[in-house]
Design a binder for this molecule. Structure first.
Ligand SMILES: Cc1cc2nc3c(=O)[nH]c(=O)nc-3n(C[C@H](O)[C@H](O)[C@H](O)COP(=O)(O)OP(=O)(O)OC[C@H]3O[C@@H](n4cnc5c(N)ncnc54)[C@H](O)[C@@H]3O)c2cc1C
Length: 380
């Protein structure tokens, strides 16, 4: 990697992390101790499923960038600390941010360019340029029939979001903890942190609040159980069992053990794109073959991974396409052609986040939406 650089890293996309380790004679202990926590943290997936390119890309940044290996927390919740300042910035520059404005259809001109966006509330939006930052699973549902047979868009068939669950647990006392993000190689859990110590907004010297990523949580990520289909109670119970191994002197069925006060389970059935071996070549450029339509989103081609930084970099690249008129598309991945045009399946939910590529506490309403929109994610 150090000698051959990015071309070596890109070439490893055909191998899983496990295959790569076997090929280069690395002991299984390295997979267990280093690559399980790393793969789960990077893509919510086990190392025998994850492309080695993802791990090498992260390592390359650790090596080459001074701050590349730092982890940090926002000092509060994302809507207030991350999104609100962005909205202020956009508004101050004359822009407008509209929430709950669901795009239902991309309506085309005769020549295949975008005429306008049809919103779910009946409104139409007309613009000089259209930039989509939709999750790949949503874009695939809206892809106009006319575009569907184009190899550039057909390659999206190879991309899909990976399921993941986020859990918040409030305890009746302070657990022994460190002021940092922890990387777990437990069967069910990935990264976690005690937010009562790590994050200003949740600071509490008396009682812990753990935030955990639960992964892998479905077959595509390497789990034999589809946890997205399970109830919140089952998920919390399984999590607590795993936590007893991490906090053996504080959690368990013994007198004086810390007690759970409250829990919240957030399910994301389609999160960042699944970086399975061989998929990187199907990530499209921000420039598309359509003159007034540009792509953004962390799943589009850019040097960072499926991450917040990746999403921002993709946005910057998209801005360059629009402002500088860069029209050179990356060639689609091999075999990206097929059986003629397809009508878009469209969006079936009423707008709950979980049906639109986001996360949600999955109550009866959300579950119903999910069943309409994406029933396969609830397959037992
Ligand atoms: C549990 C979890 C933990 C994570 N932890 C980290 C981390 O620690 N660090 C990190 O860098 N990244 C992390 N990520 C990944 C990070 O959240 C994503 O990489 C990032 O949010 C991708 O940004 P995006 O703008 O490409 O897509 P998204 O954030 O998915 O945004 C897409 C937007 O499109 C909207 N949308 C969908 N359908 C429609 C429609 N029809 N009309 C209009 N709008 C629509 C959605 O509501 C959403 O707001 C995590 C993800 C999860 C799920």
């Amino acid at each position: 990697m150090l000698v051959e650089g990015q071309s070596f890293i890109d070439a490893q996309d055909e191998l899983s992390v496990t295959d790569f380790c076997r090929k280069y004679g690395m002991p299984d202990r390295i997979i267990q101790e280093v690559f399980i926590p790393m793969a789960k943290a990077l893509d919510f997936i086990d190392p025998d499923r994850l492309s080695m390119t993802v791990v090498l890309t992260a390592m390359n940044r650790f090596i080459n960038e001074t701050d590349g290996s730092q982890t940090a927390f926002l000092d509060g919740n994302q809507p207030d600390r991350l999104c609100a300042p962005m909205v202020q910035h956009i508004s101050a520059a004359g822009g407008e941010v509209r929430l709950s404005a669901v795009v239902e259809e991309i309506v085309l001109e005769e020549d295949g360019s975008v005429r306008h966006l049809q919103l779910r509330n009946g409104e139409t939006l007309k613009a000089d340029e259209y930039v989509s930052a939709l999750p790949v699973d949503v874009l695939k549902r809206l892809l106009p029939k006319k575009w569907s047979a184009m190899p550039f868009f057909r390659q999206l068939d190879n991309l899909e979001g990976i399921p993941v669950i986020n859990i918040h647990l409030w305890f009746d006392r302070k657990l022994k903890n460190i002021d940092a993000l922890c990387f777990s190689r437990s069967d069910l859990l990935s990264v976690y942190a005690d937010m009562s110590t790590c994050c200003k907004e949740y600071k509490d010297d008396e009682r812990s609040m753990l935030e955990l990523v639960f992964a892998p949580c479905a077959a595509i990520a390497g789990s034999s159980t589809n946890w997205i289909a399970k109830s919140d109670e089952e998920i919390v119970e399984a999590t607590m069992k795993e936590l007893q191994r991490l906090f053996p002197t504080e959690l368990g069925d013994f007198e004086g053990a810390a007690q759970l006060r409250k829990s919240v389970v957030v399910k994301v059935p389609r999160s960042v794109y699944a970086a399975l071996p061989g998929r990187n070549k199907f990530r499209p450029s921000q420039a598309t073959p359509i003159r007034n339509f540009t792509l953004a989103g962390d799943w589009t081609s850019q040097k960072f991974l499926g991450s917040m930084e990746g999403a921002i970099l993709a946005g910057k690249l998209a801005a360059r396409v629009v402002s500088k008129g860069e029209v050179l598309c990356k060639a689609p991945g091999p075999g990206s052609s097929g059986d003629g045009e397809r009508a878009p399946p469209g969006l079936r939910g009423n707008g709950t986040a979980v049906a639109f590529g986001g996360g949600a506490v999955c109550g009866a309403k959300e579950r119903k939406e999910l069943l309409k929109q994406d029933p396969s994610v609830l397959d037992p």
